[in-house]
Design a protein around this ligand. Sequence first.
Ligand code: HEC
Length: 139
Amino acid sequence: MKKLLFASLIVASITQAYELNTQMQEYMNTLKSEAKKQNPNFKEFSYERGEKIFTSEHIGKKGKLISCVTCHTNDLSAKGINKHTAKVIDPLSPSANSERFSDVKNVKKWLRRNFKDVYKRAGSAQEKGDVVTYIIHKK
Ligand code: HEC
């Protein structure tokens, strides 16, 4: 029994390697209850839906095909390039950049701007939760 407890503690510490800080957890919970209000069938945020949101191309704000990958690349541990300003972007993954997902205000601001860049509209609560789930857990 003790062994089992020990093993499950190890598993828990591995799966929580990127545990969000309290304000980010609260933000994710808020998104979750909004998503539920908007869609009664909503259960959990989805890595797979987030991946699609992040990698699929759309005619963006500037009238050209663009995706989140265009600026952040498909390797979230690597630096990206802002296609609009040519400035270098630090890695988006919190495992490569500890400042990521530490400040809710900043996260909200960039999700708002970046959804407009790619989707020409704000993201829904479900979409924002899905894409954050993807970015945090992508290996
Ligand atoms: C036109 C280039 C561009 C595109 C396209 C883009 N981003 Fe960004 N993103 C940026 C820049 C610039 C920043 C802010 C600079 C920084 O934080 O390094 C940023 C910051 C972020 C952050 C802030 C994370 C944090 O905690 O600091 C998130 C989350 C994010 N982007 C997600 C996305 C998602 C999701 C998409 C697709 C819907 C996307 N981005 C598309 C340029 C882009």
